[in-house]
Design a protein around this ligand. Structure first.
Ligand code: GLU
Length: 224
């Protein structure tokens, strides 16, 4: 089942880490086999963390996300790939960015053959990152093409840098968001999200870009 969560700043300040911990603990209800994070830090670099075991055993590892402009997180319920082998856990690389995924890429073996991909792990989700880095165009357009290749429901969050970007994709799996004055928080479950919580439009991809001053939103229909 898995759960994903995330954050993007609206004015440059990092997330409320206590809130992120609450969201991670709620998200763990959807998966406790592994926990993972990727965040764009103040130093302009994307950092990652992943480890077998539940989010609540690793909530301290959210501390370095203080000051981050973008955060993505994953509470894994493993369907493909043993979580004890950490390379199977999320986030997965997507070119210069990183992805977390909820869903099962039921046709992943076929996609590997069709696009001549070279996965390094046993996790089906890795194929999504490989496809995003294979396609051309903007991150949003590449994500749409990737989602169109998948024949099962999915939700994904991704992080890129220069400029700071959060990719948000919902295609049949739940994904919610809520605002504070400082940023937007996302989660597979509405519990723990701030303010008036609303569902992300289904069968849509969005890229939120923080350019140092404000947030731009580019939206795409998946149409599959
Ligand atoms: N199939 C992915 C994995 O095994 C995601 C699991 C899920 O969302 O249920 O990591």
């Amino acid at each position: 089942m898995c759960g994903i969560f995330g954050f993007i700043t609206t004015h440059g300040k990092g997330p409320d880490v206590a809130r992120l911990r609450r969201i991670a603990a709620e998200t763990q209800r959807r998966g406790h086999h592994a926990f993972g994070l990727a965040w764009l830090g103040r130093d302009g670099a994307i950092h990652t963390f992943k480890r077998p075991g539940p989010a609540t055993a690793n909530l301290g590892d959210l501390s370095p996300c203080r000051g981050a402009s973008v955060v993505i997180g994953h509470c894994r319920w493993a369907t493909h790939g043993d979580p004890a082998d950490n390379c199977n856990n999320h986030p997965h690389a997507a070119g210069r960015g990183w992805l977390v995924h909820n869903g099962v890429v039921v046709n992943h073996a076929r996609l590997v053959r069709r696009f001549h991909l070279a996965p390094q792990t046993e996790c089906d989700s890795e194929v999504l990152g490989l496809l995003i880095s294979r396609f051309a165009g903007s991150i949003g357009w590449r994500a749409v093409q990737t989602a169109r290749c998948v024949t099962a429901p999915l939700a994904m969050l991704g992080v890129w840098r220069r400029p700071a970007r959060l990719l948000v994709v919902r295609g049949g799996k739940p994904l919610w968001f809520g605002h504070t004055a400082g940023g937007i928080y996302f989660g597979s479950l509405p519990e723990g999200l701030p303010g008036k919580v609303a569902a992300i439009n289904d069968e849509c991809a969005g890229v939120l870009t923080f350019d140092g001053h404000g947030l731009r939103h580019d939206a795409y229909a998946i149409d599959r």
